[in-house]
Design a binder for this molecule. Sequence first.
Ligand code: DX5
Ligand code: ZN
Length: 236
Amino acid sequence: MTRSNVRIAPSILSADFARLSDEIARVERAGADLLHIDVMDGHFVPNLTVGPPIVEALRKVTKLPLDVHLMITNPDAFIPEFASAGADYLTVHVETCPHLHRTVQSIKERGIKAGVTLNPATPLDAIEEILRDVDLLLVMSVNPGFGGQHFIASVLDKIARARQLIDRTRSRAALEVDGGVKVENAAQIIRAGADILVSGSAIFSSPDYGATIKAMRHAAQAPRKALRNSAVAARR
Ligand code: DX5
Ligand code: ZN
């Protein structure tokens, strides 16, 4: 299957919250494709961040699609609010959804793209039956809760298996990877099969967001081109 270009989603978790709209304007100018918003409830994960009012406020200051990652215990109760706040993607953790099919339908009924995500220790099997119904599969490469953690190297193999599963089931889901993504490991992650890279601290702690995003995209595009060429060669 031909895949579209690599997309980069800065995570605002590492932005300066006192100047959030400036930070967003900067990453938008710097060539971001999506804006990743981490919602944490202090229960599913040991940290608290933002809720629907911030999503609503951000909707007014950017044209970037809002990629909302819900790290909350009861996502079903908040889907309507995040939908009206202007989320473009709503991604739920399978660990929080006993009725995942119902949750995904409830997101899609609101005209929003539905994503599902897995903690590092949750096996891929957990999403196999829903993969054809979702727009996004997010593979966590850190234990969720904080920015600035190290990429868990063993997740590379899971990303590769996720790619195979998406292709084998002919799902249209984009494969997103979140946690510890940097310029230095972008190529490996893309080679394993990712489509979207979430990156927080690597972008927001760099002096020049544009240069960092450009370097990440450059690193990521090389294996992508090689993959495309080998797919063309295989068809011949
Ligand atoms: C972790 C969040 C991530 C985080 C990524 O719980 O889901 O989106 O902000 O930050 P970095 O890129 O610093 O690991
Ligand atoms: Zn996230």
